[in-house]
Design a protein around this ligand. Structure first.
Ligand code: FSX
Ligand code: SF4
Ligand code: SF4
Length: 306
């Protein structure tokens, strides 16, 4: 059952237990609610839609509450009821009406080879809009862009070795074409729902200038990406003692010899955990470094035979 707006406000102020995003965001979400919900448009380019699926898994706050009460989401290809030309015209209509005031979320990379035709995301009156064309046009009109997922943030899998599509990150694409709109990167393949919602709420509440100040050297908000996985891993004591696990399932050993990339990866996965805080990659596998700019090529092979 969806919360009423009043319940949601109570939830954000901590009078209802179990708010999923860290305590520092409770006042932020509350203030975001007090302001008019900002217009947000979500583009999907070259990706697997895993970022959309991940945000839909937000446990607390429920995604319905975020979408209906915190932001005013005008376009989202996976969940919107509209489709085709009508929906795509609406996307541009909102962007023009709210020029300089809306936030553009981009999921997936931007392919440039073959005039961008590897990724056509809409058609209006016979004109096929490529991801590159729409990202350039709407990106130029937005107050800020949030690149959701490693594909949008750094190129990710679509830009990996062997790619023929000329896939680029949003920031790389903007730099190439002189588009000055600020970009916040929220990488992960896919990103944690808290990283996406938390970064968005942080930007809405604190404004662009303050948000840019908390970004690390590769454009990520440090509240989520400021700590090294290995330094905060529950298996660190085994690493320090040189005790390596021979299998993914054996608990009393470090996974370094199985290919774990925790030492070169920065995010709060060991403490935040996934799926509502019940588990995370390293418990039953390894960290493959999915939030880093050199993912996947620089993190391959993901697994090493024991
Ligand atoms: Fe990329 Fe989104 Fe990886 Fe997928 O579409 S970040 S391929 S999990 O989900 O962009
Ligand atoms: Fe580091 Fe990975 Fe070992 Fe954890 S399992 S201590 S992150 S190498
Ligand atoms: Fe990505 Fe590593 Fe976190 Fe898993 S543990 S989500 S691979 S950064």
């Amino acid at each position: 059952m969806s919360l009423s707006r009043r319940d949601f406000v109570k939830l954000c102020t901590g009078t209802v237990a179990g708010f999923g995003i860290s305590q520092m965001y409770n006042p932020a979400v509350l203030h975001a609610l007090e302001k008019a919900a900002p217009n947000v448009l979500w583009l999907q380019g070259q990706g697997c839609t895993g970022c959309s699926v991940s945000i839909l898994n937000s446990v607390n706050p429920k995604i319905a509450d975020v979408l209906l009460k915190v932001i005013n989401l005008g376009y989202q290809p996976t969940i919107m009821a509209g489709e085709g030309e009508v929906a795509f015209k609406h996307l541009y209509k909102v962007a023009k009406e709210k020029k300089g005031q809306f936030i553009l979320l981009v999921e997936g990379a931007v392919p440039l080879a073959e005039a961008g035709r590897y990724c056509v995301i809409g058609e209006v009156e016979g004109h096929e809009y490529t991801m590159a064309e729409t990202t350039a046009e709407l990106g130029s009109m937005a107050a800020a862009v949030v690149s959701l997922g490693t594909c949008a943030a750094y190129g990710g899998i679509p830009a990996s070795k062997g790619s023929v599509t000329g896939a680029m990150s949003v920031k790389g694409f903007f730099d190439k074409y002189g588009i000055k709109t600020p970009v916040v990167n929220v990488p992960g393949c896919p990103p944690h729902p808290d990283w996406m919602i938390g970064s968005l709420v942080f930007a809405i509440e604190n404004g662009l200038e303050a948000t840019v100040k908390v970004l690390d050297s590769v454009g990520r908000p440090t509240p989520f990406y400021g700590k090294n996985i290995h330094d905060n891993c529950p298996y660190l004591k085994y690493f320090d003692a040189g005790t390596m696990s021979p299998t993914f399932t054996k608990k009393d050993g470090c996974r370094y010899d199985l290919g774990c990339k925790g030492p070169s990866t920065n995010s709060d996965c060991p403490t935040r955990k996934w799926n509502g805080g019940v588990n995370w990659c390293v418990e039953n596998s390894v960290c493959i470094g999915c939030v880093e700019p050199d993912f996947p090529d620089g993190k391959s092979p993901f697994y090493v035979a024991g």
